[in-house]
Ligand binder design. Structure first.
Ligand SMILES: NC(=O)c1ccc[n+]([C@@H]2O[C@H](COP(=O)([O-])OP(=O)(O)OC[C@H]3O[C@@H](n4cnc5c(N)ncnc54)[C@H](O)[C@@H]3O)[C@@H](O)[C@H]2O)c1
Length: 245
């Protein structure tokens, strides 16, 4: 299967190139990046594009893929609402897989968080803490947002109505039902996420720590193979892993 990797010069892109190169079922048709020495775009015959770039770069590339009927896998996070709307429109023409985290462990964690939020109820305060390397440009991480949505789903509430993004100053007492997100940045941390359910007499903490970028890259390549031949539509890693069946 012929794929193109966009953002091939980046941290994730280099890992994707390495893993795809080792996979006999995949042929890298293009290594696309704005960095010197890389391809400017992908050639005809490309079956799937895997995108780990920058949010503003995503819509134009998905639109090009949609006009060519090429499946698209988005790992890039931090898209604005307008950028996301352009991506969503393309899903009428091609299969688009989009996940803020392609690792098996985090996708399992999402299910556990949803279940815990449903069982423990609003008297358990939910705090989400994430830590990433100092180069990460968006905050909170797309994965932390996914986990916050999973917790809100478990509680059957709208995240927008209960979310709190960090605290500073005289913020007053914590309201019941709030779901708070906190972003830590530093060093070379690949990606840590903890969801804490703090009750009066006990605390439950669910934590995932990525030990390398391989888990994300392997998941994204798995998603690319899965997406080719699928009907047009928006899919998540939960669909790819069969967790939604
Ligand atoms: N979904 C996941 O599992 C997952 C995992 C890790 C990172 N990410 C996300 O992936 C993205 C990339 O992360 P990274 O750490 O590899 O970043 P990075 O900065 O190391 O790499 C991004 C690359 O994209 C290239 N690029 C930027 N604009 C481009 C364009 N218009 N066309 C082609 N190439 C372009 C840059 O030159 C760079 O080489 C971020 O949004 C990050 O949050 C997602």
């Amino acid at each position: 299967m012929k794929i193109a990797i966009i953002g091939a010069a980046g941290r994730m892109g280099q890992m994707l190139v390495k893993l795809a190169g080792e996979d006999s079922g995949l042929e890298i048709g293009a290594k696309v990046d704005v960095a010197p020495g890389f391809d400017a775009t992908w050639p005809a015959g490309t079956e799937a594009v895997v995108d780990f770039t920058f949010h503003s770069a995503v819509p134009a590339n998905v639109e090009k893929a949609a006009s060519e009927g090429v499946a698209y896998v988005i790992g890039t996070t931090g898209l604005t609402q307008e950028e996301q709307a352009r991506v969503d429109a393309c899903a009428a023409k091609i299969p688009v897989v989009q996940a803020a985290n392609y690792s098996l462990g985090v996708n399992l964690l999402m299910g556990l968080v949803k279940k815990a939020a449903a069982v423990l109820g609003p008297e358990y305060d939910i705090e989400i803490a994430e830590m990433h390397h100092r180069h990460k440009k968006d905050a909170p991480s797309g994965t932390a947002l996914m986990l916050a949505h999973a917790a809100a789903d478990g509680r059957r509430v709208d995240l927008d109505e209960v979310a709190c993004y960090g605290r500073n100053g005289i913020v007053g007492e914590r309201p019941e039902g709030q779901i708070a997100l906190h972003a830590l940045r530093g060093g070379s941390v690949v990606g840590d996420h903890s969801v804490i359910f703090a009750g009066d007499v006990e605390r439950v903490e669910l934590t995932h720590k990525a030990q390398g970028r391989e888990a994300f890259a392997a998941g994204a390549l798995h998603a690319a193979k899965w997406a080719v031949g699928k009907r047009p539509g928006k899919y998540t890693m939960q669909d790819v892993l069969g967790f939604t069946e």
